[in-house]
Design a protein around this ligand. Structure first.
Ligand SMILES: Cc1cc2nc3c(=O)[nH]c(=O)nc-3n(C[C@H](O)[C@H](O)[C@H](O)COP(=O)(O)O)c2cc1C
Length: 181
C-alpha cells in the first residue's frame, strides 16, 4: 500500500495526528501547501488533514482543485478543532467542506489544541471576539461544543489523543485488504 499524508496545521494538532498516522502506516507527511499533484497522484492512498478555522478545513482547496486527477484513489480527510467531537459539528464541517465531487470522502473529526497567547494577531483577535460573544450568552443556551472555548479562554490546552485515530486506521486497513482481493 503506497500512501501519503497531506497536512496543514497552524498550531500543531493536525500535525501531531499526521505524525501518529505516519507511525502507524509508514506514509510520509508533507505540508499541503507544498503538495504537487504530480507527486500526490503517484500514491494509491491519500490522507488529507487540517485544522478547523471558522468551520473551514485547512488545505481542503487542494482536494477541490485536484479531485479529477485523483479519481480511483482512496482518499480520507480528518480535521481538528477545539470543540469536542459532536455529530452536529461533523455534519456542519462536511456540508461546508466536502460538497459536490468531494461528498463521498470519509471525514473524521478530532479534538485538537488551543493556545490563545500563541496565536497570530488576527486569529487571537477573532478568537477573543468569539469568547466575548459566548461570555455574553445565557449560560443555559451554551452548547456542549461551545463550552471548551469558554473554559479554555487564555489557558493552553492539548486535547489530542492517539486513540481517536483507531476508526480511520481500521478503515484504511479494511479498504487496503478489499483492494488486494
Ligand atoms: C481563527 C480560528 C478559528 C477557529 N475556529 C474553530 C471552529 O470553527 N471550530 C473549532 O472547533 N475550533 C476552532 N478553532 C480552534 C482550532 O481548530 C484548534 O486550535 C485546532 O487545534 C487547529 O488545528 P491546528 O492545531 O492543526 O492548527 C479556531 C481557531 C482559530 C485560531
Amino acid at each position: 500500500m503506497k500512501g501519503i499524508i497531506l497536512c496543514r496545521s497552524k498550531y500543531g494538532a493536525s500535525r501531531k495526528y499526521a505524525d501518529w498516522l505516519s507511525e502507524e502506516t509508514g506514509f510520509k507527511v508533507i505540508d499541503t501547501k507544498n503538495a504537487d499533484i504530480k507527486e500526490v497522484s503517484g500514491y494509491d492512498t491519500i490522507i488529507l488533514g487540517g485544522g478547523v478555522y471558522a468551520s473551514a478545513v485547512a488545505g481542503i482547496a487542494f482536494l477541490k482543485k485536484n479531485i479529477d486527477a485523483l479519481r480511483g484513489k482512496k482518499i480520507y480527510v480528518y480535521c481538528c478543532g477545539a470543540a469536542p467531537y459532536d455529530d452536529e459539528i461533523l455534519d456542519i464541517i462536511k456540508k461546508k467542506n466536502l460538497k459536490d465531487k468531494l461528498s463521498g470522502i470519509p471525514c473524521f473529526y478530532y479534538q485538537g489544541m488551543w493556545d490563545l497567547e500563541g496565536m497570530n494577531f488576527a486569529d487571537k483577535a477573532m478568537c477573543k471576539m468569539y469568547i466575548k460573544m459566548l461570555d455574553k450568552k445565557d449560560p443555559s443556551t451554551i452548547s456542549a461544543w461551545e463550552r471548551p472555548f469558554l473554559e479554555a479562554k487564555d489557558k493552553k490546552c492539548d486535547w489530542t489523543k492517539k486513540e481517536y485515530l483507531t476508526p480511520l486506521l481500521e478503515l484504511i486497513r479494511k479498504d487496503a485488504e478489499n483492494s488486494d482481493q
